[in-house]
Design a protein around this ligand. Sequence first.
Ligand SMILES: NC(=O)c1ccc[n+]([C@@H]2O[C@H](COP(=O)([O-])OP(=O)(O)OC[C@H]3O[C@@H](n4cnc5c(N)ncnc54)[C@H](OP(=O)(O)O)[C@@H]3O)[C@@H](O)[C@H]2O)c1
Length: 190
Amino acid sequence: MRNLVYYVAVSIDGYIADPTGGFDALLAEGDHASVIFGDYADALPAHVHAALGIEAPRTRFDTVIMGWNTLTPALTAGITSPYPHLRQIVASRRRREVDADITLTDDPLDTVRELKREEGLDIWVCGGGELAGTLLPQIDRLVLKRNPVVFGSGIPLFGGVPYGPHAFALTEARSFASGVVIEEYAAHTA
Ligand SMILES: NC(=O)c1ccc[n+]([C@@H]2O[C@H](COP(=O)([O-])OP(=O)(O)OC[C@H]3O[C@@H](n4cnc5c(N)ncnc54)[C@H](OP(=O)(O)O)[C@@H]3O)[C@@H](O)[C@H]2O)c1
């Protein structure tokens, strides 16, 4: 069965963006980029593929789901369909005008359950924290690009969820000279 994978960059203290939604404090360059541009090239936006002169490999993900606040910076930059090589699903509780490539959902948990019943590659949870909080019960794998920085506050990895331990098993940890550690976890299925 296809997995729901939350692949995201995060600070040491578990924030995916600063309090204003920026992530300048997360490392854009370094030797960990070999993983971002290699293993996870499906999760690069089309304008990055174009800049690098590469095609999406289409071997890891065929679908991305993101919250409205995660799409917003792309829209502000004039990019209405950031991941045209993937099936793009955006969560919003409001009526929104979006590119024809994008499907809106007001019930992302149900959407993910339906997607998991279909055949396909893994489904990427792009973020942000609020959407990830909603989807936490369905997340099969976490791939955290842990950056060597403490934010103190910001947008949490999982937002809006009450205390309740969800156990994950560490399956791999790769550390890089940049200081980034890529941690991979699988959800415990009791
Ligand atoms: N570090 C990274 O790798 C990374 C990756 C992705 C994003 N980010 C950052 O994360 C920040 C955004 O995170 P966020 O937590 O503020 O927001 P988010 O999860 O991206 O978006 C929140 C919005 O999504 C919709 N939504 C979320 N849960 C929903 C649900 N259960 N049902 C229906 N709609 C739902 C709502 O949209 P409406 O308001 O339209 O109803 C909500 O206001 C941005 O700054 C982004 O840059 C960082």
